[in-house]
Design a protein around this ligand. Sequence first.
Ligand code: AR6
Length: 179
Amino acid sequence: MQVKINRGMLELVEGDITRQDTEAIVNAANEQLRVGGGVDGAINRAGGPKIQEEARKIGYCPTGQAVITTGGDLKATNVIHTVGPIYKNGLAGEPELLASCYRECLKLASARGIKSLAFPSISTGVYGYPLGKAAQVALGAVKAFMEEHPEIELVRFVLFGQQAFEAYAAVLQELFPVS
Ligand code: AR6
């Protein structure tokens, strides 16, 4: 599923982010940048120890911010690590922090000349953010950024499982109604 924004493409696929051939993939990390479970565990397993070596040197990333390391053995040259908010009740600044994650990753990509990147659905696993709500924030933030930044050529959301894919597809259809 794809929509064109500016000169770029925003697309949704169901799959495994570790296998993507975009220039960068995004990791849903924790503030300590220590290897965890979920997509973080999968990326570090597939990419090998170089990713964690660089992450350790960086040491810390506040919630809503992003840092970059090598992609190690992955097809992607770089991994951009961002820390999503832990979902409490939606009234503790979670939407703003989640939107900030997407924006900061895109800003970092743009600053490094990275034109294509793949995102997982940040915060919707261990951190408990409801999928539908997260999809609205994620797609809204990426759409707004791409409208202002034609240098980003491809943003691919790699959704793990059918339920996640369908949640994002429903929101994408709301944001880009077929006329
Ligand atoms: N490819 C794409 N998406 C995936 C993959 C994969 N290979 N594996 C899981 N997902 P989570 P969070 C999806 O828990 O909620 C870690 O321990 C998953 O289905 O990975 O931001 C970190 O170290 C879900 O939709 O990240 C942090 O401590 C989404 O990725 C903490 O978890 C995010 O789930 C971060 O929690």
